[in-house]
Design a protein around this ligand. Structure first.
Ligand code: NAP
Length: 512
């Protein structure tokens, strides 16, 4: 059994025990071979082909060097991908659910078999340490296993009308061709979390990965081909101009659904574009997760949970703890212990042994984190560890803990997306809740307490879609992942995940 998943291997030794092959080491000389082995073109209608706009570079964020080039799609390429998805739609919808599930299951098994290679590919394009990439590969594959099982559980309903005469029958059918847009921070899992349920439901898809990290999606598409996915069911477009490339699809009435994971700003823009065709939407957007530590918390567990919630994926996670609100009676102890743990993390290229924190994804992201930290320090925050960028090639930032961060500081109101933990204090539960909810976002929250009544009370009052209670991770393929407020709407994973790709049709039956 694989659970628990999606954490760093450091925090999840069970993964290593279950899959001994993960222990094997891939040496640096394999990097070129792995990069070359992945298709670099667009996948349209089962054919790998060049992009009309030439190519775009993929960079190694640890060095700033170009790893390879991939196809750069034009708007016409995107329309060709939708043509292919539309043409393949009816046959895929009519394919036996068991067969759809078996294809996903084979893809799951192949991904697990190739964990090491896929992890290296991910580390090269995204930067996270190999151990974390391996955990993401397993987490990503689990969505395919979960939805391979859900494919055969798409149910309808039959009931007697309240008047006793008629009968009501409902059936659930695939929504049709979907556009899936994914971000760079989880290059494989964000794709499988969307494509898994879409394909299981009988939908065909066009997927557009982030331009920083196209390689994991290209590898995933090839694995689905190997698993027997018919031509045109999944199409991949990579592009240096996401807006221009996807815009014609959003105004095309053949497209029936957009599932987007990314920033709230881009989500809003896409929603306004999608309003023209009343496109069905799922929006997995930004977060600003509070991490609450009450005076009755198990402090050892809270520190470990904080390290995981903050430093998983280098802080580049929508669910990352963005701000730590700690009861004044334990704040000094908690902050010092957190600073010791985080400050001791080894920073470096994700391929190096023992590295626990890789680079940020690009210069823009690193500069944004540096600005937020500088602003907090200017306003009087106290550096407990780190606080600066790392000189040299690549986009590294020191693992950082800041104490006494004043309310209203940008660091507390904006999504940091980096390895920075701001700590502030509270004195009452009410104050903690007010601070936790004082954000436009509502994705995840974490709470550490040993008081059951408080746990329920606070869980009910937190304005978020997900809550980690005495644990620093919420992601799980069997659970509904998603947010409220400006973090979007829709759920991925769990039984809810496949519902996003199904329409309910009702038949009124006259028995009079
Ligand atoms: P982003 O800039 O919004 O980009 C996300 C995706 O949207 C990329 O594929 C991007 O393509 C594409 N895109 C950008 N502008 C577009 C446009 N005008 N039209 C169509 N597509 C467009 O976000 P990011 O910086 O990559 O990712 C970080 C954000 O994702 C954070 O806010 C994080 O919280 C959020 N996120 C949310 C979840 C969740 O489940 N709630 C999970 C992970 C990440 P290009 O790469 O070509 O720009």
């Amino acid at each position: 059994m694989l659970a628990p998943m999606a954490a760093s291997a450091r925090a999840m030794p069970a993964c290593l025990v279950t899959y001994p092959l993960l222990m094997s080491t891939i040496i640096a000389s394999d990097e070129r071979r792995i990069l070359d082995s992945v298709p670099h073109q667009l996948l349209i209608g089962g054919e790998w082909r060049e992009g009309e706009n030439g190519t775009l570079p993929v960079e190694d964020p640890a060095t700033g060097e170009i790893l390879c080039e991939v196809a750069d799609a034009s708007p016409a390429d995107a329309v060709a991908a939708l043509d292919a998805a539309t043409a393949a739609g009816p046959a895929w919808a009519a394919t036996a659910p068991r067969e759809r599930g078996e294809i996903l299951r084979r893809a799951f098994e192949t991904i697990i078999e190739r964990t090491d290679e896929l992890a290296l590919l991910m580390t090269l394009e995204m930067g996270k340490p190999l151990a974390e990439s391996r955990s993401e590969i397993i987490y990503a594959a689990e969505f395919l296993r979960w939805f391979s099982e859900e494919a055969v559980r798409i149910e309808g309903r039959y009931s007697v009308s309240p008047n006793g005469i008629g009968r009501l029958m409902t059936m659930r059918q695939p929504v049709g061709p979907c556009l899936l847009i994914t971000p760079w921070n989880f290059p494989l899992a964000m794709g499988t979390r969307k494509a898994g349920p879409a394909l299981a439901a009988g939908c065909t898809v066009v997927i557009k990965p982030a331009q920083q990290t196209p390689l994991s999606t290209l590898a995933f598409a090839e694995i689905l081909q190997e698993a027997g996915l018919p031509d045109g069911v999944m199409n991949v477009i990579t592009s240096s101009n996401a807006g221009a490339t996807t815009e014609p699809l959003l105004s095309d009435q053949r497209l029936r659904k957009l599932s987007f994971t990314g920033s709230t700003g881009v989500g809003r823009l896409l929603m306004s574009q999608a309003s023209q065709t009343l496109l069905r939407l799922s929006m997995e957007l930004g977060g600003n997760a509070p991490f609450l530590v009450f005076e009755d918390a198990d402090l050892d567990a809270a520190v470990e949970g904080a390290v995981l919630a903050k430093m998983r994926n280098g802080g580049e996670a929508c669910t990352a703890a963005n701000r730590f609100h700690v009861h004044e009676s334990v704040a000094v102890d908690f902050s010092e212990r957190l600073a010791r743990r985080i400050g001791a993390m080894k920073v470096g290229r994700g391929t190096e042994p023992g590295v626990e924190l890789g680079p940020l994804v690009d210069a823009k992201q690193r500069d944004k984190v540096a600005e937020l930290v500088a602003d907090a320090l200017d306003r009087g925050a106290k550096p407990l560890t780190g606080g600066a960028r790392v000189d040299g090639p690549g986009y590294f930032f020191q693992p950082t803990v800041l104490g006494e961060v004043p309310a209203g500081t940008q660091l507390l109101t904006e999504e940091i997306f980096g390895p920075v933990a701001p700590v502030s204090t509270f004195s009452t539960e009410e104050e903690a809740l007010t601070a936790a909810n004082a954000t436009e976002y509502g994705l995840a929250a974490y709470m550490f307490t040993t008081n059951v009544k408080r746990a329920i009370r606070v869980a009910e009052a937190l304005e978020t879609g997900m809550i980690g209670l005495n644990q620093g991770i919420v992601s799980n393929p069997a659970a509904p992942f998603g947010g409220i407020k400006q973090s979007g709407f829709g759920r991925e994973g769990g039984p809810e995940g496949i519902a996003e790709y199904l329409e309910t049709k009702y038949v009124a039956i006259n028995l009079d």
